[in-house]
Design a protein around this ligand. Structure first.
Ligand code: HEC
Ligand code: HEC
Length: 395
């Protein structure tokens, strides 16, 4: 090969290599994207497996929650930035304000038209004494009425009709949302929790630390999961779960609350609760209380947090020999209500009476004053209902 050909070959291979490098460079972002997608896809898959093994017992396999146990995570209230029913309710209120402005101006006009002749006659009567206060007042009353007539928009009746139509439509939009289970007075979850960060950070934070402070609202609090807080999961597994939950977004925003099994409960720092003593007096007549509608699961956690458990459910507890938790419901029906002292009470009323006014009837064998006398001034009526519902499960 002569020198010239070698040079040509050298140039040729250089150009070839540059073309190849260029080709690879052009395709790199696409390749990265495919890679990232696959990696993300695998993370979601691993998250799905972890969810089934660790979370489904409480949040349900489809993530729609379990009644009384844990809230839905595949949940529009978690993913949406606004509660549509709240928006719809605000719209109705806004239209009603506009309607009020319109009807007020209509009323002012109607009154002015009706009263103007009388006002003018009165002014003319007083005209003989033009310096008197009465005359000045009469003049200004006429001017006010004239202004109301002058400023009146003749389209007002039509506008009132249109506004009423708009309100009807807006109200039926709101009704439709309420029928789907949306609660117009609630905010979406992150707003309700006062969280300013991203949803991903919120989920990750909840997973790492759990939610121990919510024990009042759920029979079992959300556990902590990260190894850094003593839980079982590695950081990459936590990330897999976050990816898996976020992957519900597209489906979750199409759901309505009626599609879920359990919505978020309100945070503990809600309005202060009203106690039974505040609502019904220190010693209410149990036969007048509505004791239905209790939540047994919540009652169980109240039973523990109010130390009922310690006296009633534990061997060696002060009440265990006379009134053990297991069998309470059957004992009430078969034994307590057969005692003439309790004649006429329903089992619920008997339980309410025992809890609110324990010394009024001492169970045989026990002595007075052992059971705390203060539950009427610490429990709310709903908490009492919940505890009764729980005791009804103790057959
Ligand atoms: C023992 C039952 C239980 C298990 C198991 C459980 N959770 Fe929870 N989780 C809860 C409860 C209860 C709440 C609600 C806490 C609250 O309202 O403050 C909750 C809340 C959450 C929240 C926050 C929702 C919110 O907006 O407040 C996320 C996210 C979550 N859980 C994810 C998971 C994941 C992922 C797993 C599995 C690794 C899991 N949970 C396992 C009971 C559980
Ligand atoms: C310090 C111990 C103690 C605590 C705490 C306690 N109790 Fe009692 N309880 C007793 C004793 C002792 C009796 C039996 C004496 C009596 O009738 O007052 C009793 C009686 C009862 C009875 C009547 C049972 C029957 O078989 O007729 C009910 C119901 C009851 N308690 C419910 C509760 C509930 C609910 C709580 C928590 C909100 C609670 N108790 C907390 C000691 C306790």
């Amino acid at each position: 090969m002569n020198i010239q050909n070698k040079v040509l070959l050298g140039i040729g291979s250089f150009v070839g290599i540059m073309l190849l490098v260029g080709w690879v460079a052009i395709n790199e972002p696409a390749r990265m994207e495919v890679f990232t997608e696959q990696w993300h896809g695998r993370s979601v898959e691993r998250g799905a497996a972890l969810f089934l093994s660790s979370c489904a017992t409480c949040h349900n396999a489809d993530g729609k929650g379990q009644e009384g146990r844990a809230p839905a995570l595949q949940n529009p209230m978690l993913f949406l930035t606004e509660n549509p029913a709240k928006v719809a309710k605000a719209k109705v209120a806004d239209l009603q304000t506009q309607l009020k402005t319109l009807t007020d101006s209509q009323t002012a006009y109607d009154d002015a038209v009706k009263n103007l002749p009388d006002l003018e006659a009165k002014r003319d009567q007083l005209a003989s004494n033009p310096d008197s206060q009465e005359y000045k007042d009469a003049v200004s009353a006429v001017e006010t009425a004239q202004a109301a007539v002058r400023n009146y928009d003749p389209n007002t009746p039509q506008k009132v009709t249109d506004m009423n139509t708009q309100i009807t439509t807006a109200q039926s939009d709101l009704d439709a949302l309420v029928a789907q289970g949306w609660e117009p007075d609630r905010d979406v979850r992150l707003v309700e929790m006062g969280w300013g960060g991203t949803l991903a950070d919120y989920i990750e934070g909840t997973l790492i630390s759990g939610r121990p402070a919510s024990k009042f609202y759920w029979p079992q609090a959300m556990p902590n999961w990260a190894q850094s807080t003593g839980g079982p999961l590695r950081p990459d597994e936590i990330q897999n779960l976050v990816d898996f939950i976020l992957n519900w977004q597209a489906d979750a925003v199409k759901l309505t609350p009626n599609d879920l099994n359990q919505q978020f409960k309100l945070p503990v720092s809600g309005p202060p609760k009203q106690t039974i003593a505040q609502e019904f007096g220190a010693n209410p007549d149990v036969t007048t209380l509505d004791l239905s509608g209790g939540d047994a699961a919540n009652g169980q956690s109240l039973y523990a947090s109010n130390a009922c458990q310690a006296c009633h459910a534990v061997e060696g507890g002060a009440a265990y020999p006379f009134a053990p938790t297991p069998g309470t419901w059957t004992r009430v029906i078969d034994v307590r209500l057969k005692d003439p002292a309790n004649a006429g009470l329903t089992p619920e009323q008997y339980l309410a009476h025992s809890i609110l006014d324990p010394n009024a009837y001492i169970v045989p064998g026990a002595s007075a004053g052992l059971m705390p006398q203060t539950f009427a001034s610490s429990l709310s009526i709903q908490e009492l209902r919940d505890i009764i519902a729980y005791l009804a499960t103790q057959q």
